[in-house]
Write a protein that binds this ligand. Structure first.
Ligand SMILES: N=C(N)NCC[C@H]1O[C@@H](n2cnc3c(N)ncnc32)[C@H](O)[C@@H]1O
Length: 444
């Protein structure tokens, strides 16, 4: 077989460019070649997947993109392998690839093992079921639309203990409910359905909704998929996929609409307890620790903040409105919303708060029920989210906070988001302007 490898390139360029170790020596390549015939001739070449892009720095290397699959011909050392892609051969850095199969790699990006393990025991289900505002909103929607649900086929995506399926079967004369649940909690669900005499109305599927085959398309998809900042966990992707696969054209999504709200706010208690606290500790100046405290306590959103209406410094802004029947999965990659808030009271501006609301409509727009998780509604287990900015700023009536929020999906970790605020404050009294920016991972 012809020798397929050229002399290794000069290593300084490689090390400088990628902080990688030296390319393999000729001896290492010669030694590796001994596996060459065995691998190729027996067609047992290993295939790897790239989890990040790589740009070759010389013609001895292969450039590739995240998600590309490559065949491995030689493994001369642990840092560089000789691979083939699109008919080209060259060195690839092993710290850019995974030896998992594409399926395993894709699942990893969703952290499915940890994710579904977190729903396997009763803890989170007790929290969700104990949230009366949440669960009764679904119950009210079902009861108030019982006539529209009559003789319909329903799928409950992520049914958990089956509560929504049970409510549909008990309070509406549905034709059939399919409950789909991927976590091990599902091993209890059938017992609960049997124990409540609804076995013939509810069929349970123990798998991800992406993997199941339903007997037929359905009339309604009901699901409780909402998370922190509405979108976290990105379970919404699974619900939209289920819509694309299984909802009749005339079908209804419940919730039918979802909205995310944002408001500038003060958070004096939080700020004083965790940041201002360090100004004077038993008579000592510990203010050196404030920046560390800001990073530790407020480098990420506070997901269980209880926002009071009196904390709000302007009316809330709807930054995202999703019509679940038509919203597309790729719209989730990046959501950008400009805002221009005008302060309505003398106070301290500490940051922004967010919450969501969902509507159960879609049946000839009658009897629409709304579940609102904002500061003027009954508290839910979601509470509200607080994005604490690094500077507390004294504000008064007429001051402006103008800029944008960008909610970007994490390209690698598919259940996670990154939220960036970029804005300026224009002070009414002297038109002085200050610029601010802060990025919050949610959560990776
Ligand atoms: N933020 C939430 N409302 N989380 C509830 C998620 C519930 O749906 C389940 N679940 C989430 N995604 C899926 C999926 N793709 N397929 C089936 N069940 C799912 C999960 O195991 C849990 O019981």
């Amino acid at each position: 077989l012809p020798c397929r490898c050229k002399e290794p390139a000069s290593t300084s360029l490689v090390q400088e460019k990628h902080g990688l170790k030296a390319l393999p020596s000729q001896d290492e390549m010669n030694e590796a070649k001994t596996n060459y015939d065995t691998g190729i001739l027996n067609n047992k070449l290993q295939v790897v997947v790239a989890f990040s892009d790589f740009k070759a720095v010389d013609d001895n290397q292969l450039s590739f993109c995240r998600g590309d699959e490559m065949q491995i011909l030689y493994k001369p050392n642990s840092d560089w392998w000789w691979a083939e892609i699109h008919g080209n051969e060259g060195y690839i850095p092993t710290n850019h690839i995974t030896e998992k199969t594409r399926e395993e790699w894709e699942a990893d990006r969703w952290q499915d093992v940890e994710y579904f393990d977190s729903y396997a025991d009763l803890k989170l289900h007790l929290e969700m079921l104990s949230d009366n505002a949440r669960t009764n909103a679904y119950k009210d929607a079902i009861i108030q639309n019982a006539e529209s649900l009559s003789n319909k086929v329903v799928v409950d995506v992520g049914c958990g203990t089956g509560i929504l399926s049970l409510l549909c079967a008990k309070h509406a004369n549905v034709k059939q409910v399919y409950g789909v649940e991927a976590s091990d909690i599902v091993h209890h669900t059938q017992h609960l359905i049997d124990q409540n005499g609804l076995t013939n109305k509810i069929t349970i599927f123990k798998d991800k909704v992406e993997n199941i085959t339903l007997p037929d398309k359905v009339d309604i998809i009901i699901s409780e998929w909402m998370g922190t900042l509405l979108l976290f966990e990105l379970m919404i992707e699974s619900v939209l996929l289920a819509r694309n696969l299984w909802l009749k054209d005339t079908g209804v999504m419940w919730p039918s609409d979802a909205s995310l709200y944002l408001v500038p706010c003060s958070a004096t208690d939080e700020y004083n307890k965790k940041i201002a606290f360090w100004d004077c500790v038993y008579g000592f100046d510990f203010s050196y620790l404030k920046s560390f405290a800001m990073q530790e306590y407020f480098g990420k959103p506070v997901f269980n903040h209880e926002l009071k209406s009196t904390d709000c410094l302007d009316s809330p802004l709807c930054v995202l409105k999703m019509k679940m029947k038509t919203f597309q999965i790729d719209e989730l990659e990046e959501i950008v919303k400009e805002f221009s808030f005008k302060v309505t009271k003398k106070s301290t501006f500490h940051g922004f708060a967010s919450w969501f609301s969902v509507d159960f409509g879609g049946f000839n727009n009658q009897n629409t029920v709304t579940l609102d998780t904002g500061p003027t509604s009954r508290l839910t287990h979601w509470k509200q989210d607080l994005f604490m900015m690094n500077d507390a700023v004294q504000v008064t009536v007429g001051d402006k906070i103008e800029g944008s929020i960008v909610i970007k999906r994490n390209a690698e970790w598919r259940r996670h988001l990154v939220v960036t605020f970029k804005y300026q404050m224009i002070f009414h009294c002297d038109q002085n302007i200050k610029n601010f920016e802060k990025t919050f991972p949610l959560w990776k």
